[in-house]
Design a protein around this ligand. Structure first.
Ligand SMILES: [Zn+2]
Length: 407
C-alpha cells in the first residue's frame, strides 16, 4: 500500500503494520487531499498515544500535555477499594492539574473547546471561566447550551444544523462545523475540537461509510487550514477488528474465568472502556483491570490467565504503571492487555451485545491500538525538528508542537 513518505519513514519502528489504517488507505487513494497537503507540506508521523488506548485517558493527556500518571484519568472507571464500588472517572474532580486550554485562558488568551461527548467537555473545561468570552460545549448536548455554563447559546440555530444523533457521524461533523464557524467569528487563540469514534467502531477502512466520513472530515480540515490557522491532527487511539471469520466477537470473558478458578466475589474485573455510548462496542475493549479481595494474589491471577490465547500481557500493578506511565492509585492489582484481534470482557451475562446488530466488533484499548497519527499543517522550526528527531514523540505533545513548533 502506498503512503506519504513521512509515514513510511517512521512506521518501520512501529508495532502495528497498518495504523493509522484509515489515513493510510485514504491518503493512498486520494480521498483526503487536504490532509494529504498537510502531510506533504507540514510534519507528519506516527506516535504513541497514552495507555490504555481509550478516549478519556488520551484526551486528557492531549489537553494537559502530560502522561496518564500525571493527570490521573486512566480510564472511564476504576474500583474504589474502600467501598468496592466502580467509580466513574469522567468527573473534573478526578483530573489532576489543569488543562492547557484553561491555563491559556487564565493568561488572557481566547479559547474554545468543542467535543462530541459531554463527559469530555466537563473535564476539559475544568476551571475554565466561560463568562469572559471563552466557549466550551459538546455536540451531544448542543441544544442545552447556556451563556452561563458554555459561553454560547442557541447553538443549533446559530450553526443551522439539527441536533446530531448520539450514534451518527454528524455528532463529529457538528463539532468541526462549529469549530470552523467559531474560528471565523471569534478568532480564538486556541481551539480544541474532539470527535467521537463511532464511525471507526462501525466501519472498517474499506467500507463506504468510513470513506464518506473521511471525505467530510477532510473538507473540514481544508476549511480550517484556509482560515490561516496552525492545524494539528492526532487521535486518541486506533481501532482493530476483533471478530472471527463467522463475524462473532473474539471475547475472553475474564470475570467468568476468574470466578471459576478463585470463586465468585474474590476478584473484580473492571472494563474501563464502559461509558454511556456502549451500543457500538458492548463495553468490550482491549484492556481491563482486575482487583483482588486479598485471598488471591496478583501472581496467582497472572499465572492463571497469562497463557490464555488472546491475552498479550497480564501485568502486576507496578509493572503496568512503569511500562505504560499510569497512576498506581487507580490501577488494578493486575492489568490485562488483549492481542490485536481479541477483546476482554467481564462476565458474559453483564455485557449487552445487541447494539452490534450484525456488525463485526471493532474496538480498542490495547497496545495494538496505541499508535496514532501526528500531523501539523506547517513545517517545523529547527528547534522542533530536533525534538522530533531526538525523542520518541507522544500524542500529548501535539499542543506543544502546534503552539511552539512551527515556522
Ligand atoms: Zn471507542
Amino acid at each position: 500500500m502506498g503512503c506519504a513518505p513521512p509515514f513510511c519513514r517512521h512506521s518501520a519502528l512501529d508495532l502495528g503494520p497498518d495504523d493509522p489504517a484509515y489515513l493510510r488507505l485514504f491518503l493512498a487513494d486520494g480521498s483526503i487531499p487536504h490532509i494529504a497537503r498537510c502531510v506533504r507540506e507540514g510534519f507528519a508521523t506516527v506516535v504513541d498515544g497514552s495507555m490504555p488506548s481509550f478516549t478519556c485517558p488520551n484526551n486528557m493527556s492531549i489537553i494537559t500535555g502530560t502522561p496518564t500518571s500525571r493527570h490521573g484519568i486512566s480510564g472511564n472507571y476504576y474500583l474504589d477499594t474502600r467501598t468496592w464500588q466502580p467509580v466513574v472517572m469522567t468527573g473534573p474532580e478526578l483530573l489532576r492539574g489543569d488543562s492547557i486550554v484553561t491555563r491559556f485562558a487564565e493568561a488572557g488568551a481566547k479559547v474554545v473547546s468543542v467535543t462530541a461527548k459531554d463527559k469530555l467537555r466537563r473535564q476539559l473545561s475544568k476551571g475554565l471561566d466561560v463568562s469572559k468570552g471563552q466557549v466550551s460545549f459538546s455536540s451531544e448536548f448542543a441544544e442545552q447550551c447556556t451563556l452561563e455554563h458554555n459561553g454560547i447559546e442557541n447553538v443549533l440555530q446559530w450553526l443551522g444544523m439539527d441536533k446530531p444523533g448520539m450514534y451518527s457521524m454528524e455528532l463529529s461533523l457538528f463539532v468541526l462545523e462549529a469549530g470552523i464557524r467559531l474560528l471565523k467569528e471569534r478568532r480564538p487563540d486556541l481551539l480544541y475540537l474532539s470527535l467521537t469514534d463511532w464511525v471507526q467502531h462501525k466501519w472498517a477502512p474499506n467500507e463506504e461509510g468510513a470513506r464518506t466520513f473521511y471525505r467530510k472530515l477532510d473538507d473540514c480540515v481544508g476549511r480550517l487550514t484556509a482560515l490561516d490557522a496552525t492545524v494539528a491532527l492526532t487521535a486518541d487511539h486506533g481501532m482493530n477488528d476483533k471478530s472471527n471469520a463467522a463475524g462473532e466477537p473474539n471475547v475472553i470473558w475474564l470475570q467468568d474465568i476468574l470466578d471459576a478458578r478463585f470463586g465468585k466475589g474474590e476478584t473484580t474485573v473492571i472494563c474501563p472502556i464502559t461509558d454511556a455510548f456502549v451500543a457500538h462496542h458492548g463495553a468490550l475493549g482491549g484492556f481491563v483491570r482486575v482487583w483482588t479481595r486479598g485471598k488471591t494474589s496478583a501472581r496467582q491471577i497472572i499465572d492463571h490467565i497469562a497463557a490464555i490465547d488472546g491475552i498479550e500481557m497480564a501485568l502486576d500493578r507496578q509493572t503496568a504503571c512503569r511500562l505504560f506511565d499510569m497512576p498506581p492509585d487507580r490501577e488494578g492489582d493486575v492489568a490485562v492487555v488483549a492481542r490485536h484481534d481479541v477483546c476482554i470482557g467481564g462476565s458474559e451475562s453483564a455485557h449487552d451485545l445487541s447494539g452490534l446488530k450484525g456488525h463485526r466488533l471493532r474496538t480498542h484499548g490495547g497496545v495494538s491500538e496505541a499508535k496514532v497519527p501526528f500531523i501539523v499543517n506547517r513545517p517545523l522550526n529547527d528547534a522542533y525538528k530536533m525534538v522530533a528527531a531526538s525523542s520518541t514523540l507522544k500524542s500529548y505533545q501535539v499542543f506543544d508542537f502546534a503552539i511552539n513548533g512551527t515556522l
